[in-house]
Design a protein around this ligand. Structure first.
Ligand code: FE2
Length: 343
């Protein structure tokens, strides 16, 4: 199948009687609805004023998916054209339970246009607000290029898989071994001649990783744009104090290092989504974790704020698909909230 072809997979939901738990993962505010469209920011070696000196200076493509407010990234080594995909989105319509691949196919088109060979597909964590396209992309790239890129994620994904495997009744053989790389804190890996480092950033989720490539950290949902602050921590295994320390670990990096976020949500105050700002800007301006905010103050704020957040719209399909690294089962389960009504 050509890389630009779209596939549609219909998924049926089966009702279950498990109580709806507070597994909120939706972030600070809902993204504005909109047509599926992509904006791409390509940071070439010649135009990126903030990247580090060669050879650790990647080309960075930022691709925004507006329905879930997700920033996806393609990060490439200009000297070898080896590339990594970070946090790709699989389109899912919660009204019809249809999956489509417009967003993922746009990534493939860009990869083909640039002549990249994808050597790894990176997940920052098991998302609960969107489905990952990692498995789909891995299959398509295996057809397109001479090698199969592994799907990488933090090693603690096994804990997350056990929690949600049990919750949703997923057989262990459907999620065991689906991630080809399980990263530990400070583990170094290669993207062509680029050296990348996995950085454990727990708090939002226990498995959460950031990936430092040159003077850039792809930080997922550990920290958000300065006017949003941080992500929620009421996910199972989430912890506000851990998130504060993870954010401060990022802010301890040199001030010119750029932090690339996993989500951004345009608002009336700021119409355009932003993919990155510098460590120095976060130190001075981040709403939640700037340097004059104490851990105790942050924890109190974060926990209070999380209590009022609704669950993300796609939490059930997202978690069931994402612990499988993006493989879509023929049936999904939806816990029913009975509100105490029994008969
Ligand atoms: Fe998340």
């Amino acid at each position: 199948m050509a890389v630009s072809d779209n596939r549609t997979i219909r998924t049926n939901h089966a009702a279950a009687t498990m109580p709806l738990q507070r597994l909120d993962h939706r972030h600070l505010s809902a993204p504005k609805p909109g047509r599926l469209s992509l904006s791409t920011q390509a940071t070439s070696p010649s135009t990126d004023k903030t990247a580090s000196k060669p050879p650790d200076k990647p080309a960075i493509h930022s691709i925004y998916e507006p329905k879930t407010g997700t920033w996806q990234y393609i990060v490439a080594d200009p000297s070898t054209s080896a590339a990594a995909i970070i946090d790709p989105v699989l389109d899912y319509d919660p009204a019809t339970h249809e999956i489509s691949t417009n967003t993922a196919d746009a990534l493939l088109t860009l990869i083909k246009k640039e002549g990249y060979t994808v050597v790894v597909i990176l997940e920052t964590h098991a998302h609960a607000d969107h489905l990952t396209a990692a498995s789909y992309l891995q299959a398509r790239l295996t057809q397109e290029q001479a090698q199969t890129p592994p799907i990488g994620i933090g090693a603690d994904i096994t804990k997350v898989q056990q929690v949600f495997g049990q919750k949703y009744g997923i057989p262990a053989d459907e999620y065991s071994g689906v991630f080809g790389r399980l990263f530990r804190d400070n583990e170094v890996f290669a993207i062509g001649s680029l050296s990348a480092v996995a950085i454990h950033l727990p708090g939002h989720t226990p498995d959460h990783m950031g990936y430092r490539i040159g003077d850039n950290v792809f930080a997922g949902d550990s920290i958000f744009h300065t006017d949003l602050g941080t992500a929620r921590t009421d996910f199972p295994g989430g912890d506000a104090a851990s998130l504060f320390r993870s954010a401060r670990r990022l802010l301890s990096l040199p001030e010119h290092v750029r932090i690339w976020v996993g989500h951004d949500y345009p608002s009336e105050m700021r119409a355009t989504p932003v993919s990155s700002v510098s460590v120095g800007e976060h130190r001075q301006e981040n709403k939640h974790v700037k340097l004059d905010v104490a851990e105790e103050e942050f924890v109190k704020m974060r926990n209070c704020r999380d209590e009022g957040l609704p669950p993300p719209k796609l939490i059930h399909p997202a978690l069931q698909v994402n612990v499988r690294a993006g493989k879509v089962p023929p049936m999904l389960k939806v816990p029913v909230e009975r509100n105490g009504v029994e008969w």
